[in-house]
Write a protein that binds this ligand. Structure first.
Ligand code: PGA
Length: 245
């Protein structure tokens, strides 16, 4: 399968800054072999989607609510994101889980809603420092994906992001990342069957930089990377994506 490279800007970039970024990154990604995704702030989705049209770059959001609509002040619905031009949405990012207290149950409902409303869900999972990777991955994947119908599961993307590696400069070793990916693939296989599980890209995230991205993506088990801090600079992000063979 084609490798996937996702940039997650988090709470960075105004619309004006996003526009300058796209102007720079689009020509740099012209010959890129990876599937490139950018998770941008809500306010920048429409402008980025317009600029990314026809380039093959997917634009998406970093979160959403599980309800179709309703009295949820400050929340945003999948259909609103879709109409603004989003193709995908990050769900269950560790900052949502651990800073904003989102549960597996809530995240699971969002995954189902995203699929219903035609957004690709990028489900993030990962253990905190000291936790057992396999146990946490198994629990999070099962709880967040149990309500996903088999026939929809091929649309999912999963990102393994050890919480201790996010924004810390500490990266999982290639062996640790590969092992975790094998666990993810096994659980996906249990849930949806091996054939469907094989179609779901499983990415690695956590302090991915231009100097380690190539090695991570050279691993057969690792289908791509989710890049936070290093995606904020268009040249660095394009270098990471260009490293994909
Ligand atoms: P980082 O963030 O690359 O800055 O560690 C990754 C993420 O939060 O998805």
């Amino acid at each position: 399968m084609a490798k996937v490279v996702i940039g997650n800007w988090k709470m960075h970039k105004t619309v004006r800054e996003a526009t300058v970024y796209l102007e720079t990154v689009v020509p740099l990604l012209e010959k890129c072999k990876a599937k490139v995704f950018l998770a941008v702030p809500y306010t920048a989705i429409a402008a980025c989607a317009k600029m990314a049209k026809g380039t093959g770059i997917f634009i998406g959001a970093q979160n959403m609510n599980d309800a179709r609509d309703g009295a949820f002040t400050g929340e945003i619905a999948a259909l609103m994101l879709k109409e603004a031009g989003a193709d995908f949405v990050l769900l269950g990012h560790s900052e949502r889980r651990h800073v904003f207290g989102e549960s597996n149950e809530f995240i699971g409902k969002k995954v189902v809603r995203a699929l219903q409303d035609d957004l690709i869900p990028v489900l993030c999972v990962g253990e905190k420092e000291g936790e057992k990777t396999e146990v946490v991955l198994e629990e999070q994947l099962r709880a967040c994906l149990e309500s996903v119908p088999k026939e929809e599961a091929g649309k999912l993307i999963v990102a393994y992001e050890p919480v201790w590696a996010i924004g810390t400069g500490k990266t999982a070793t290639i062996a640790q990342a590969s092992e975790a990916h094998v666990v993810c693939r096994r659980v996906l296989g249990d849930l949806f069957g091996k054939r469907i599980a094989a179609k779901i890209p499983v990415l690695y995230g956590g302090s991915v930089k231009s100097d380690n991205a190539k090695k991570l993506m050279a691993e057969e088990e690792i289908d791509g990377v989710l890049v936070g801090g290093a995606s904020l600079d268009p040249n660095t992000f394009a270098t990471i994506a260009a490293g994909v063979k």
